[in-house]
Design a protein around this ligand. Structure first.
Ligand code: ATP
Length: 469
C-alpha cells in the first residue's frame, strides 16, 4: 500500500473537493438542483430541485416506499401535517432539548457548532461547556477568540391565526416522527395491526441549522423518510438489529459502493435525549465520512411522554401474552435530499472520451452510473435524421406511457449520447433509416456501451427486464 504522506493527503483532499465542485456544477447545468431564490441573490441552505432533480428524488422515495411499505405486511404509510399542536414539541422534548451548542467568533463574528469544532480536533462531540473552554479552541477561520457556548433551539417558529402572540405560536416540525406517534392509536384501530408493526412517512422537516452547508447535505428545509416500528420492549434489541441490516441492504441494492458505507454506534454520552441506542449509517462523501441515516431505539420515551401530556392511554394490550405495556420504538430515519447527494456522488464517474462526439474539446466524459431505478430519464429516443421524426416519435409516445423518456433530435449522435450519459440515462435508442424497413432500433447500454438491434415490438419486454422494474 502506498505510504500516506501529508502531501498525498492534501492532493487527495483537493481531488475530492474538485469532485464536489463538479457535482454541484453538473447539478445546476443539467437541471438537478438550483439555489433557491437565485434571481434575488439566493437564500442560504435552501435548494430547489429542477426537472431532473425532482425525478431523482421521486425515484428515491418510490424505492424507499416500495421496500418499506409496499413489500411488507407489517408496515403501513401515513402523511401527517407539518404544523401540529404546540404541546407535541413540549412532550417530545424538542422545546427544551432540540438545541445545538453555538459559539461565535469575537473577531470575525462567524458562528460555529461547538461539537463540530471538537470533532474536527478529534475530540468527543459531547462535552461539558467548561471542558470546551479548557480545550483552548479558537476560531477556525481567523484564529480569534470564541464566546462561551449558548444553546440554540433549531425549531422554526410561526403563528397560527390572526394574532401574533405567544398563545398562537406554533412550530414547523423538525422531524416527521412525531406525526407518527400521535397517530399511533388511530392507525392501530383503523388497520387492526398487531405488534410488531410500523408506520412509515415521507415529508418535509425544518431545522434552523447554525452551520448549514456542503450543498444539499445540511439544509434548513429538507425531506425525511422515516419509519417507526412499535415493538414489545423485550424484543427491541432483536428488531434494532433487523432494521439495521435491512437499511444497509437497501442502499447496497441500489448500487451504493460497499466500501463507502459504514456503521457507527453512538457512545452513551453522545445519545440524543430520546435514544436508548443509536447507530448511524455513514457514507464517504467527497467532504468526509458523514451520517446518511440514523437507526434508533427510542425506548418508550415518545409514547409515554405523549401519554402524560395528552392524558390518553397509549399503552398496548397483548392479548396472546396477556400483558399491557407501552411499546418501544425502533426508528429508521433518513434524508431524501442527503440520499440524493449520496447517490449522485456514488454515481459520478469520469471516463476517457467514448461517445464519438465530434466537437470533442473535452478530455474526459462524465457518466452518471445511477441504478436504472433511480435514473431520472430511463430511455432516450434519438432519430438519426429529422426526416425520421414521424416514426421515431411514435416509439417515444409508446414508451413514455410506462417510463420517463426523452426525445432528442438535435446535434450529432455522439453529442446526444454524451448528454444522456451525463444525466445517467441507462438506454439510448437510435432510430435510423433501416428502422423503417426492419422495424428495429439500436439500443445502447450506458455502462457497457454494448449496442443491440431490438425489434420495436419487443422493446417493452426488453426494457421491463433490463430496467429492473
Ligand atoms: P446531524 O447530527 O448531522 O445534525 P442528526 O443526527 O440531527 O444529524 P437526525 O435527527 O437523526 O439527524 O435526522 C435523520 C436524518 O435526516 C439524517 O440522517 C439526515 O439524513 C436527515 N437530515 C437531518 N438534518 C438534515 C438537514 N439539516 N439537511 C438535510 N438532511 C438532514
Amino acid at each position: 500500500m502506498p505510504k500516506t504522506t501529508k502531501k498525498n493527503q492534501e492532493v487527495e483532499s483537493v481531488k475530492l473537493s474538485s469532485i464536489m465542485e463538479k457535482i454541484v456544477s453538473l447539478a445546476k447545468r443539467r437541471g438537478f438542483i438550483f439555489q433557491s431564490s437565485e434571481i434575488y441573490g439566493g437564500i442560504n441552505s435552501i435548494y430547489d430541485f429542477g426537472p431532473l432533480g425532482v425525478e431523482l428524488k421521486n425515484n428515491i422515495k418510490r424505492q424507499w416506499w416500495q421496500s418499506m411499505v409496499q413489500l411488507r405486511d407489517n408496515v403501513v404509510g401515513l402523511d401527517s401535517g407539518i404544523l401540529m399542536h404546540p404541546k407535541i414539541w413540549e412532550a417530545s422534548g424538542h422545546l427544551a432539548g432540540f438545541t445545538d451548542p453555538l459559539v461565535d467568533c469575537k473577531s470575525c463574528k462567524k458562528r460555529f457548532r461547538a461539537d463540530h469544532l471538537l470533532e474536527a480536533k478529534g475530540l468527543k462531540p459531547k462535552f461539558q461547556p467548561l471542558e470546551f473552554s479548557r480545550e483552548g479552541i479558537r476560531c477556525p477561520e481567523c484564529d480569534g477568540e470564541l464566546t462561551d457556548i449558548r444553546d440554540f433551539n433549531l425549531m422554526f417558529k410561526t403563528f397560527m391565526g390572526p394574532l401574533e402572540d405567544s398563545a398562537a405560536q406554533i412550530y414547523l416540525r423538525p422531524e416527521t416522527a412525531q406525526g407518527i406517534y400521535v397517530n399511533f392509536l388511530n392507525v392501530l384501530s383503523s388497520v387492526r395491526q398487531k405488534l410488531p408493526f410500523g408506520i412509515a412517512q415521507i415529508g418535509k422537516a425544518f431545522r434552523n441549522e447554525i452551520t448549514p452547508g456542503n450543498f444539499i447535505f445540511r439544509m434548513r428545509e429538507f425531506e425525511q423518510m422515516e419509519m417507526q416500528f412499535f415493538v414489545n420492549p423485550k424484543e427491541a434489541d432483536k428488531w434494532f438489529g433487523y432494521w439495521q441490516a435491512e437499511r444497509l441492504k437497501w442502499y447496497l441494492s441500489l448500487g451504493v459502493k460497499k466500501s463507502a458505507l459504514h456503521t457507527r454506534e453512538h457512545e452513551p454520552a453522545e445519545l440524543a435525549h430520546y435514544a436508548k441506542k443509536a447507530l448511524d449509517l455513514e457514507y464517504e462523501f467527497p467532504f468526509g465520512q458523514k451520517e446518511l441515516e440514523g437507526i434508533h431505539n427510542r425506548g418508550d420515551w415518545d409514547l409515554s411522554r405523549h401519554q402524560k401530556f395528552s392524558g390518553q392511554d397509549l399503552s398496548y394490550f397483548d392479548a396472546a401474552a396477556k400483558e399491557k405495556f407501552i411499546p418501544y420504538i425502533i426508528e429508521t430515519s433518513g434524508g431524501v435530499d442527503r440520499a440524493a447527494l449520496m447517490f449522485l456522488a456514488n454515481a459520478y464517474t469520469e471516463v476517457e472520451p467514448r461517445s464519438g462526439d465530434d466537437d470533442s474539446k473535452h478530455e474526459k466524459e462524465v457518466v452518471l452510473k445511477l441504478d436504472a431505478r433511480l435514473a431520472p430519464i430511463k430511455i432516450a429516443i434519438l432519430p438519426l435524421s429529422k426526416k425520421l421524426e414521424k416514426d421515431a416519435y411514435k416509439v417515444y409516445e409508446d414508451l413514455r406511457v410506462a417510463w420517463q423518456c426523452q426525445y432528442d433530435d438535435t446535434g450529432s449522435i455522439g453529442k446526444r449520447y454524451r448528454r444522456q450519459d451525463e444525466i445517467g440515462t441507462p438506454y439510448c435508442l437510435t432510430f435510423d433509416f433501416d428502422s423503417l424497413n426492419d422495424k428495429k432500433v439500436t439500443v445502447r447500454d450506458r455502462d457497457t456501451m454494448k449496442q443491440e438491434r431490438i425489434a420495436i415490438a419487443e422493446l417493452k419486454d426488453y426494457l421491463c427486464t433490463n430496467l429492473k422494474l
